[in-house]
Design a protein around this ligand. Sequence first.
Ligand SMILES: Nc1ncnc2c1ncn2[C@@H]1O[C@H](COP(=O)(O)OP(=O)(O)OP(=O)(O)O)[C@@H](O)[C@H]1O
Ligand SMILES: [Mg+2]
Length: 282
Amino acid sequence: MLKPQNKKASVLALCGKGGVGKTSLSATIVKILSSDSDNKVLAIDADPAVGLSTALGIDVTKTVDDIRNELIRRVESGKTTDKMEMLSMLDYEMLSAMKENNNIAFLAIGRPEKEGCYCQVNHILKDLIVSMADNFDFVVIDGEAGIEQVNRRVMEKVTHLILVSDASAKGLNVAKTIKKVSDTAIEYEKTGLILNRLRSKDEYEKLVIPAELDCLGWVPEDDTIRSFDIEGKSILEIKDSPAIKSVKNCLSEIGIRVSLKREKTEEKTDNRNRKSAVALTG
Ligand SMILES: Nc1ncnc2c1ncn2[C@@H]1O[C@H](COP(=O)(O)OP(=O)(O)OP(=O)(O)O)[C@@H](O)[C@H]1O
Ligand SMILES: [Mg+2]
């Protein structure tokens, strides 16, 4: 499945307050992007609770953290000392941790490492993730609350930082803080806010959205998303739903267009200066 040529992937990272819908929207985005069979999509679960695997119906057998711990055990017990041997082992293990299903690949990061330990190993692992990402058209990262963890544990550069919030003031405040931290801490090309689980267009229109957050649109409370989650079913199996339509529109607003007819994706030329929120069909 890996593409032979090195192509720069669009890297989408979803961040926001706990419980606002990062995992559901990440899985929905993976579904939308992978609906074009020409697109190779890498889904990365950066949440230690590995919720994205369930949302995509994937069984996790090995995480990046497992690989890291195994390497540390080998180094500490004196089994691995040679750097080349270490690198080829990591390379092999990372490929074996990646689950593939048609044009979707999946990688789980696992638990956060202890602070300050084994920086060299962490850097090598991040370099490996970045070089793996080059084989895909899109990388979708289900982040933990903040971008710092994505930055520290997955990769330093994302192209699209997607902030997720529900209608609550707390959710919007967290999104504001993440945006502020990201502006100084990471490199990104585009950013925007998706408002999730809104009850109506009226609720959306009445919301006071912080001026510094470019709103891409809103996603309605959707019974299909909820019931699939309750039953532990993969979001990839949803045929169509209001949430999927809305997320497609949000992606289009940030410059990733998926045609509803042909399911082909194309990057819009430049969406960087678009400011206003859009009302979606929901
Ligand atoms: N648009 C939606 N309509 C209905 N239910 C939704 C929607 N989005 C998310 N949910 C539900 O909200 C709950 C939280 O969603 P989800 O797990 O995606 O959030 P999260 O931000 O990833 O949470 P955490 O921070 O714990 O990882 C889940 O039960 C999910 O099914
Ligand atoms: Mg989650």
